[in-house]
Design a protein around this ligand. Structure first.
Ligand code: SF4
Length: 884
């Protein structure tokens, strides 16, 4: 068999990069960027490049399980349909709900939405996209009449000014960030403004950086609106012919002069003025925004405050300009298109619109169509807790981790009459509550489409054999629908059948009335579907090659065809800080991890960059609260508490702290940040306020600190803190305990091995300094090691990690093992900075010093670091800065 290449799409962020997968004769796969895909032109970030590492069968869910017993598909599907139908018969359609995901493919999403809204007759289907994008949806609909992203990625290269606000693009949308970096390199006149309370890696390329006070974004953009109008930057032709509501919006912003904006946002007035002046004088400006704007209790208003500035200047729909929302998930956009939100219908139609309801119902020939919105995510889990919703089917998402105030979500699930979970992973924080587990296929196995942030529909293609009895999500849903009596409506044999039906619906009764129209695909053959090329919707008979930009003609989808200025009265966060909880908690992503670690947590390459959950605090706060870098801290809010490692950084604002969102009970003892997050939501979108929860912080002082490296995954006992991460051939555990054991030797044995494995120990115990070190060497190979001390001063893990790959320890390795230091002639690479080429901090600092390197490019030439995905370039620059 010759090597075979398949083009598909990355399953992580909303950039939607094209991936080329090559399968070799031995069944091995290699992954590279698709050079022809217009999202990435061959680039991949560290996550995309490591996709091949994440295809392991570890912890895969392979067979259906009902009430804890492995079951045949037929029995599981009968059980699900019988139980759902019986609950519906007894309590009505609204007593059941689906909670779905931006990880689903469009075809899966469409079928789930059709079953719930058209055939069960409830709108109780919501998605985890509620947590990241719903404020953009609400804001775009208020302004444009439709949920339309007006521009495209190419605008970033054609802009003269890019304003990046509330987005750590460098880490969360790395390939787009690299496109911006290149655009700036090619055109040094391109100006970049970064607005964020945190100085993230994205600010590395900023000409102006505005570290504004959390939640004051709408004040800043109201001020910009006022400034633009005051300085003659209004595009009067555009505003008079193409918009409504300007006067009210300007009146609401009238008091937002530079001095008051600067005072409210806690910025230098000169910096605010410099930003306003730059925006005013630059015609081609793109405003990029993401979760920092969306994930607050006034996220919808914040998005509209940005859109208002583009409407005032008429900078929308033309090359190099416009507001640009970056979506978090690979198919958040596809979910919006099929009506995956509880207040939408398929093909961008609205539940509130009777004509839309009639259109969808007639097209589907369905018995029902809801005329009331369903429950949005936070409301949905509250309704489950209240017993109002009695059955929930969770697909491809992990709400026990990712929902705000997730302890309440866990309680709701534990009390729910019927919890069905479709997933590819067996053990998640959510699956432990499931009565039914249904094995779904995952990336590399499933077949369908996704839509990126720029409205580009791309194919995810099946490349690998399906493991166990896993099935596509659409198949599982359709089989349940058939058993509920709807065989004809769900008679799909391929993902293509669903996509074609969806394409027909998008054009049905449309006539240019609705933005979402892919009717050019209404008659695709299977072969054409297989070969579908990445294309931006609308895709119609008039525009068969797709559409890069919308609104260039000044026509919007509001009644009357005009865009709407939204009057913005900035609001503070829902829950203010106080004496008990004086700090603002912000949560978000780290560079190399994705969501709840179910995929990236199993890659040693991706776990090397940041392997442990942390709280980042400003040095002033560290001093005030007595915190030491690398020690542990307890962070508490009214909703919960976590214990995490302290990271001191002046990239934080004083008074603010950051904790990443990824860690959960499968990887840590107590570090799930969403257990701290308040459940306040935006009144228009229902999006929760992940970016602002008042918290307190204090030292967490264990009796001892330690770490373990082990070839086996361990179930730890006798520790009060643990955080695990995958290494090359081993699992690493950072641990701490609140009680000193009577006997370290027995404690080590209980942690690391069973009675039968109690061989091969090398041990060292220093009673005076309370240090214990042990290693198990079996058949000449290091099996596990444990280092304990009274404080955080423990050996670096990296050298020990390196000797795990050795099949036979050398005498030198054995001699130096319990010192935790490499033998004299072996270099310790230090913490990994470049995940693509496995380059450590010590190697970089040594090269900088010895070879007098002064640029990231020079480091790349010597060590290759930063020369693949570029995600670590900001860190290389920070290291250079620290070394200078
Ligand atoms: Fe995947 Fe990275 Fe591209 Fe996002 S930027 S789609 S994570 S390769």
């Amino acid at each position: 068999m010759p090597d075979k290449s398949i083009n598909t799409t990355c399953p992580y962020c909303g950039v939607g990069c094209g991936v080329r997968v090559t399968l070799d004769e031995q069944g091995g796969i290699s992954v590279s960027g698709d050079p022809e895909h217009p999202s990435n032109y061959g680039r991949l970030c560290s996550k995309g490049a490591a996709l091949g590492d994440t295809l392991s069968m570890d912890d895969r869910l392979l067979y259906p399980e009902v009430l804890g017993t492995t079951t045949a598909w037929d029995d599981a599907l009968n059980f699900v349909s019988d139980q759902l139908q019986s609950i519906i018969n007894e309590h009505g359609a609204d007593s059941v709900a689906f909670y779905v995901s931006g990880q689903l493919l469009t075809e899966d999403y469409y079928v789930a939405n059709k079953l719930m809204k058209g055939y069960i007759g409830s709108a109780n289907i919501d998605t985890n996209s509620r947590l990241c994008m719903s404020s953009v949806v609400a804001a775009q609909k208020r302004a444009f009449g439709t949920d339309t992203v007006p521009g495209c990625y190419e605008d970033l290269e054609r802009a003269k000014l890019i304003v990046i606000t509330g987005s750590n693009t460098a880490w969360c949308h790395p390939v787009l960030y690299q496109r911006i970096v290149k655009a700036k390199k090619d055109n040094p006149d391109l100006m970049i403004v970064v607005i964020d309370p945190r100085r993230t890696s994205t600010a590395d390329i900023a000409d102006i950086f505005l570290p504004l006070k959390p939640t004051t974004d709408a004040i800043l953009f109201n001020g910009l609106l006022h400034y633009l109008a005051d300085n003659g930057e209004q595009n009067s032709l555009f505003t008079s012919h193409c918009t409504e509501g300007l006067d009210d919006a300007l009146n609401a912003a009238a008091s937002a002069d530079i001095a008051s904006v600067a005072a409210h946002c806690e910025l230098d007035a000169s910096d605010v003025e410099a930003f306003y002046r730059l925006f005013a004088r630059t015609e081609r400006v793109v405003s990029v925004f993401s979760q920092g704007i969306n994930q607050t209790s006034s996220g919808t208003d914040k998005v509209n405050s940005i859109i208002n500035c583009h409407l005032l200047t008429g900078r929308i729909g033309r090359p190099g300009m416009g507001p640009f929302s970056l979506t978090g998930q690979p198919n958040a956009m596809g979910g919006r298109e099929v009506g995956g939100l509880a207040n939408q219908l398929a093909a961008h139609m609205d539940i509130a619109n009777p004509e839309h309801r009639a259109t969808v119902q007639t097209f589907w020939q369905s018995p029902h169509i809801p005329d009331q919105d369903g429950l949005k995510a936070v409301e949905l889990f509250k309704a489950i807790k209240a017993g109002q919703v009695k059955a929930v089917w969770i697909m491809a998402t992990n709400p026990a981790v990712s929902m705000p105030d997730n302890q309440q979500v866990r309680e709701a699930l534990s009390e729910c009459e019927l919890v069905i979970v479709s997933d590819c992973v067996r053990n998640t924080d959510t699956s432990q509550y499931a009565h039914v587990l249904l094995p779904a296929q995952t990336w590399g196995e499933k077949d369908g489409t996704v839509t990126s942030s720029e409205r580009r529909i791309s194919r995810q293609r099946s490349l690998l054999p399906f493991p166990g009895e896993s099935k596509p999500d659409w198949w599982i849903i359709a089989e349940v629908a058939k058993r509920m009596g709807h065989a004809e409506a769900f008679d799909y044999s391929e993902a293509a059948d669903i996509f074609i039906e969806f394409a027909r619906l998008s054009g049905y009764n449309n006539n240019g009335q609705r933005d979402f129209d892919i009717s050019a695909y209404a008659d695709l053959s299977y072969e054409q579907y297989d070969n579908l090329q990445p294309t931006q919707w609308p895709i119609t008979s008039a525009q068969p090659q797709g559409t890069a930009r919308l609104f260039a003609d000044g026509r919007f989808f509001k009644p009357g065809g005009k865009a709407q200025f939204v009057t913005i009265t900035p609001r503070p966060a829902a829950v203010p800080t106080d004496d008990q909880y004086p700090l603002v908690l912000n949560s978000g992503r780290v560079r190399d991890h994705w969501h709840t670690l179910t995929r990236t947590g199993h890659s040693s390459r991706l776990s090397a960059h940041i392997s442990e959950p942390f709280v980042e605090v400003h040095p002033q706060d560290a001093t005030q609260f007595g915190l030491t870098a690398s020690a542990l801290a307890r962070v508490s809010s009214r909703w919960g508490e976590v214990i995490v490692r302290v990271n001191v950084s002046d990239h934080q604002r004083p008074g603010s702290v950051f904790i990443p969102m990824h860690w959960n009970d499968q990887f840590t003892s107590r570090a799930c940040v969403d257990s701290l997050i308040n459940d306040a939501t935006d009144p228009y979108s229902g999006q929760p306020e992940f970016k602002h929860t008042p918290v307190s912080i204090e030292v967490y002082e264990p009796e001892w600190y330690g770490f373990i490296l082990s070839r086996r995954r361990l179930a730890l006992k006798n520790v009060t803190y643990w955080a695990s991460s995958k290494g090359n051939d081993y699992w690493k555990y950072e641990i701490a305990g609140s009680e000193l054991p009577q006997d370290w030797a027995s404690c080590a044995r209980s942690l690391l091995c069973s009675a039968e494995q109690d061989v091969g120990w090398v041990e060292y115990f220093d009673n005076a300094f309370k240090r214990y070190r042990a290693a198990r060497i079996v058949n000449g190979r290091l099996e596990s090691c444990l280092f304990i001390g009274p404080d955080i001063n423990l050996p670096a893990r990296d050298y020990l990690a390196d000797i795990f790959v050795k099949e036979e320890l050398s005498d030198k390795d054995r001699a130096s093992l319990l010192t935790g230091k490499p033998p004299g002639d072996v270099e310790d690479r230090g913490k990994i900075v470049c995940a693509c080429f496995n380059v450590g901090l010590n190697e970089i600092t040594k090269a900088i010093k010895e070879q007098q390197l002064v640029t990231a490019e020079a480091i790349g030439k010597v060590l290759k670091a930063g020369t693949n995905c570029g995600s670590c370039v900001p860190e290389l620059k920070a290291i250079l800065k620290g070394s200078s």
